[in-house]
Design a protein around this ligand. Structure first.
Ligand SMILES: [Ca+2]
Ligand SMILES: [Ca+2]
Ligand SMILES: [Ca+2]
Ligand SMILES: [Ca+2]
Length: 367
C-alpha cells in the first residue's frame, strides 16, 4: 500500500503543472485501459527506436488495419513531444507486426512490418529524421506462418538484422542479415532454441557488439536460456537464470545499468488482479555469463492490467528506462527512469494522448 500511496501522491503533484485533460486520480499506469493481452500464444516485442537520431529513444504508434498510419512522438528527455505527428500513412496494414530498428545503419531508427502467414513479406520504411520514406519490400520470405519476428544487429556491422523464432518442437531460429538496402536470404542460426511457448527476445547480453538470443520459459519453470551470437550463428544454448519472469510476467531486455550488457527485465502481469495489488518490475543484471536477479523489485507497481510496457533509453543517459502505454481512451504514456539501481517514476506523464485504443506502441512488449 505504501507503493500505491506514493504513486497517487506523484499523480497529485503532476496535476499542478501538466497541461492537458483534467487530472483523474486513476491516471496512472495501474489502471487497465483496454482488454488485457492474451497469454503467450502469439505476440511480439520491440525495442525503442531513436527515429530522429538525437540519441534519445522516441515512441511510435501503429494504427494498422486499413489505415496503416504511423505516428511518432520524439523524446525531449523529459517528455514525448508532438501530437498527431504522422510519419507515414501507408505502413503496417491489417495485423502485420511492426518493429523499430536501424536497418540502414545511419543512426536513425527505421520501421519494419512483418506480414507473416502464407505471404511472409517484410516491408521497411527508412527514417529521414522527420518522417518515414516510401515503404519497400526488403524480403518476400521471412517469418512465415506464426513465427515470432524480432530485430537486432546479430553480426555487429551497425545495421539491424531480422530474426524469426519458430518455437514449438521444431524451434529453429532464422536470421536475415541487412545489406542496408534489403535483407539477405533467410538462414538458420540455431536448430533448437525458444521451444514450446517460450517468449524470445534479442539483445547483446555479453556486450561484444553482436545481439544474442534469449528465451524465457515463464510459467512455473521460469528459466532463461541464452545463445550468444558468433557473428555467423548462435552458439550452444546455456541457462543464464533458473528463476526469472515467472507465471505470465512480460519479459524484455535492456541495458538498465548502462554497462554495455543487456539485462533482463520482467513486468509482472496478472489481468485478474486489481490495480491496488500492484505489478512489480524485476531486474536481473547481466554479468556477461549469467543473469543475476536483484533481490528487490526495481519498481513496485507498473503497467498493470492491460497497459503495455516498453523499454528504451528515453533520456539518453545510456541506461535503459521503462515506459507504460495505457492505450484505450486515456492513451497516456508514463516513464520511469533508470538510476542504475532502480526505476524512478517521473512526476508527470510523458504524453497525454498517444497510442490510443488498440494501436500498437513501440517500444512494446505485446504478448
Ligand atoms: Ca530521439
Ligand atoms: Ca547487421
Ligand atoms: Ca553478444
Ligand atoms: Ca535512461
Amino acid at each position: 500500500m505504501q507503493v500505491l500511496t506514493a504513486v497517487v501522491a506523484l499523480g497529485a503533484m503532476a496535476a499542478a503543472h501538466v497541461v492537458g485533460p483534467a487530472p483523474d486520480p486513476a491516471d496512472r499506469p495501474g489502471v487497465p485501459a483496454d482488454r488485457p493481452l492474451s497469454a503467450a500464444v502469439d505476440g511480439f516485442a520491440g525495442r525503442a527506436g531513436d527515429f530522429d537520431g538525437d540519441r534519445r529513444d522516441d515512441v511510435a504508434a501503429f494504427t494498422r488495419g486499413e489505415g496503416g498510419d504511423v505516428y511518432v512522438a520524439r523524446s525531449t528527455g523529459a517528455r514525448f513531444d508532438g501530437i498527431g505527428d504522422l510519419w507515414s500513412d501507408t505502413f503496417a496494414f491489417w495485423s502485420q507486426a511492426p518493429l523499430a530498428g536501424d536497418f540502414d545503419g545511419d543512426g536513425r531508427s527505421d520501421v519494419a512490418a512483418f506480414a507473416r502467414g502464407g505471404k511472409p513479406t517484410v516491408t521497411v520504411a527508412l527514417s529521414t529524421g522527420r518522417s518515414f520514406g516510401r515503404s519497400r519490400v526488403w524480403t518476400t520470405s521471412f517469418a512465415p506462418n506464426v513465427e515470432i519476428p524480432a530485430v537486432g544487429d546479430v553480426n555487429g556491422d551497425g545495421r539491424d538484422d531480422i530474426v524469426a523464432f519458430r518455437r514449438g518442437s521444431d524451434a529453429v531460429v532464422s536470421v536475415a542479415l541487412s545489406t542496408g538496402r534489403s535483407f539477405r536470404p533467410s538462414t538458420p542460426w540455431h536448430g533448437h532454441f525458444a521451444t514450446g511457448p517460450s517468449v524470445p527476445a534479442v539483445g547483446d547480453v555479453n556486450g561484444d557488439g553482436r545481439d544474442d538470443v534469449v528465451a524465457f520459459t515463464r510459467g512455473e519453470s521460469a528459466a532463461v536460456a541464452v545463445a550468444l551470437s558468433t557473428g555467423r550463428t548462435f552458439g550452444r544454448a546455456a541457462w543464464w537464470s533458473g528463476w526469472f519472469a515467472e507465471d505470465r510476467a512480460l519479459p524484455g531486455l535492456g541495458d538498465v545499468n548502462g554497462d554495455g550488457r543487456a539485462d533482463a527485465v520482467a513486468f509482472a502481469r496478472d489481468p485478474e488482479a486489481s490495480p491496488e495489488q500492484g505489478a512489480e518490475v524485476t531486474v536481473a543484471l547481466s554479468t556477461g555469463r549469467t543473469f543475476r536477479r536483484m533481490p528487490a523489485p526495481w519498481l513496485g507497481s507498473w503497467a498493470t492490467g492491460g497497459a503495455v510496457p516498453g523499454i528504451g533509453d528515453f533520456n539518453g543517459d545510456g541506461r535503459d528506462d521503462v515506459a507504460a502505454f495505457t492505450r484505450g481512451g486515456r492513451a497516456d504514456i508514463y516513464v520511469a527512469l533508470s538510476t542504475g539501481r532502480g526505476f524512478r517514476q517521473t512526476p508527470a506523464r510523458w504524453h497525454e494522448y498517444f497510442a490510443a485504443a488498440t494501436e500498437i506502441p513501440q517500444p512494446g512488449i505485446l504478448w
